[in-house]
Every structure is written in C-alpha cells, then in structure tokens.
Design a protein around this ligand. Structure first.
Ligand code: PMP
Length: 371
C-alpha cells in the first residue's frame, strides 16, 4: 500500500448531515432497457415530431447562452390559463418536489402522505428536519380520504397527493381534494398531476383561488419528454415567490425550454398518444381478467397487479421475455404486487403474450415445489 492510500484509510472524512445518512433511496433505471419499457411509466413510443424538428434546428451559438426561462414560463402559463407569476418550470417534477419541501419544511413540521405513493416524497422529506406522517390505504388501495383528514394536525405543513396515484392508479375526487385544502389552511396541499392526461380531471383551475393549493405537472409521461427533464409547479403568487427563491435559476436547460412550445402546440399528437394508451389499457385489463390476475382499477398509464410470492421470479421472467415491469413489493401494503406501464395496443399485445407465458412457467414451478 502506498503511503497516501494508507493515510486515507485511517483519515477522518467529512460526514454528511444526520438526515442525509438516514435518507431513503430511489432506484432509477440503470440502463440496458432497449426492450419494451413497461417499468417507469414513460411514454413508450416517442415525443411529438414537432419537438424533434425544433431539437434538430438548435444552433451551436444558442448553446452559449444561459437558459432564459421567463418567456417559456409565460407560454406555459397562458396554456394553463394562469398568470406567469403563478407558474415555475422545474427540472422534472422531482426537482419541483425537492424545492417545495426545501422551501416549506422545517423542524417540527409534518409532511402528510397517503401511502403507498410516489417514493420521492419520502426521499426528499427524509433529508429535511420534518417528520413524515403516513396514512396507509386499505386493501382496495383507494384514496384514504377520511383517515387523511383525521391525520391533519396543527403541525401539518405539506400534504402531498399524487392524483392519480402511483403505484395504485387510484384517484381522489376533486371535492375530496378541495375539502382537504380547506381543512388544512396552515398547510400547502400539493396535488401532483403527473398522470393528469390519462385521467382528465384536474384542480389546476383552482390555483390562485385556493390560497394553499399547489399543482405539479410533468412532461415526462404523456408528452414523452422524460429525458429532457421538464416539470412545473403552479400556485398562488404569494407561495410561488418563495419557491422561486429556492429554485436554481438554470435548472431547466435551454434545449428543454426550446422544446416546450412545440410540445404544447401539438395537441393532435398528445390526443393520439393518450387515446392509444386508454384503449390499450382497456384491452390489457381484459387480458388480466381472463388470466385471473387480480388488478386495481387505474386512472393512469399503468396497472398494478397481484402476483403473490413469486413476484421476483415474475419480474425476472418478464424481463427475459423482453418486457420490463416494476416490482412494487417493498411499497407499503404492496407485497407481491407488480406495476405494469401501459404502452400502445401493439406493445401491450406483446406484453400479454409474455405475461401468459410467464404465468404458465410460474404455475409449473409452483406445482413442482408443492409438498
Ligand atoms: N410524480 C409522480 C406521481 C410520478 O410517478 C413521477 C414519475 N415517476 C414523478 C412525479 C416524477 O416526474 P418527473 O419525471 O417530472 O420528475
């Protein structure tokens, strides 16, 4: 061992904050996904060709400039019938969640979460000094409205609700969301509408009307721009001004900014993709029913299914058959459950073939291992 290596082995190295050491971890895709990607609820085809065109025209000179987000924020705000000051673009909704939590959560505060839900709420909250209070859904995985209301305390600072929720696919109603906002006026109600386009219901029209409501939207799902990292927060000016202070000024890069206007304009593309997914979901659900696989009703571009004790083997065999799916067994109340993204009808026919093949292998294995 060299003297330098020897010294570094015994040296005292800086340690991160206590909360960071205890942070929950998210497991993003690790590569090798050149098969059918039904694991991360992305668009499974492509973004609008109009976006592709704009990307192709980006000049080298334009890359020398820092990103100018204000004009694009104004376009997005107009698209949502909001004022530019009510909208902040973010590097995906993940950054939006991170910044929102950094802006509002301090020691003694509580983040209230119905679970199971999107993992990143707990990941980012665990890095703050706030406490996470969870309300577990019942076996039907429906939105636990009454129990969530009962869990609101004077310390509740943020209530984060993915609507539709992941991995369940269930949705809260508009009146439930509005009642929660009214019953917790001292807290920010974050309604994360990442899967809005597949659901069609929104509370974004209440932004600025309800003083504690903030809505998040992403361009990673229906728009097919997950790789560009684009999301937004929409809320009342009085809250947005603090969020803007925390937000990194250049977190949305100029390529992403250039692609937003054509993505918003091409409503025909969006309608086509959403329509395709909804038809594919209905067909896939029918195939699950035929195969006697328990499923939860979904308002999004994925379906949660019950596989049981063989969930790991199921995921492995599906991957071997060229179809990636996501084991959600470690989510609260989700043991043995796997989430499957919905793509096009053609892709889902491939998924059904892989599913039926996998289920028959699992049946054989279970038979062999039976006492
Ligand atoms: N919210 C929910 C409910 C999600 O499922 C996801 C994506 N997995 C996100 C936010 C993150 O979206 P983005 O790609 O915009 O960071």
């Amino acid at each position: 061992m060299t003297e330098l290596a020897d010294k570094s082995a015994t040296a005292i190295i800086p340690s991160p904050r206590r909360h960071v050491q205890a942070m929950k971890e998210y497991h993003p895709p690790l590569g090798n996904r050149d098969v059918l990607r039904l694991d991360f609820n992305e668009n499974t085809v492509a973004c609008s060709p109009k976006v592709r065109e704009v990307l192709g025209r980006i000049s080298a000179g334009s890359l020398t400039r820092y990103p100018e987000r204000a004009p694009v924020e104004a376009i997005v705000a107009a698209h949502l019938s909001l004022a530019p000051e009510q909208v902040a673009l973010t590097n995906g909704v993940d950054e939006a969640i991170h910044v929102l939590f950094e802006t509002f959560l301090e020691e003694g505060d509580e983040l209230l979460l119905p679970v199971p839900t999107y993992t990143m709420y707990e990941v980012y909250a665990s890095a703050t000094d706030a406490r996470v209070v969870t309300v577990l859904a019942g076996d039907d995985l429906r939105f636990p409205f009454k129990r969530l209301l009962a869990a609101i305390s004077p310390r509740t600072k943020i209530i984060a609700i993915a609507n539709p929720n992941s991995p369940s696919g269930s949705a809260a109603t508009r009146s439930q969301l509005l009642e929660i906002a009214v019953r917790a006026p001292h807290a920010v109600l974050l309604v994360d509408e990442a899967y809005f386009h597949f659901h069609g219901e929104t509370v974004i029209d209440q932004v600025g009307v309800i003083p504690n409501l903030i809505v998040a939207r992403t361009f990673s799902k229906a728009y097919g721009l997950a790789g560009l990292r684009l999301g937004l927060l929409a809320g009342p000016v009085e809250l947005m001004r603090w969020i803007r202070r925390v937000l990194s000024p250049y977190s949305v890069n100029s390529l992403a900014l250039a692609c937003l206007p054509p993505a918003l304009e091409d409503t025909a593309y969006l309608d086509w993709y959403v329509g395709e997914v909804l038809e594919a979901r209905a067909e896939f659900e029918a195939a699950l029913d035929e195969a006697c696989v328990r499923r939860w009703p979904s308002r999004a571009n994925f379906v949660l299914v019950e596989i049981g004790a063989q969930h790991k083997e199921f995921t492995r065999l599906m991957s071997g058959a060229g179809v990636l799916v996501r084991d959600r067994s470690t989510d609260p109340g989700c043991h043995g459950r796997v989430r499957i993204t919905i793509g096009t009808r053609e892709q889902m026919r491939q998924a059904v073939a892989a599913l039926n093949e996998t289920l028959s292998v699992l049946k054989m294995q279970a038979h062999q291992h039976a006492p």
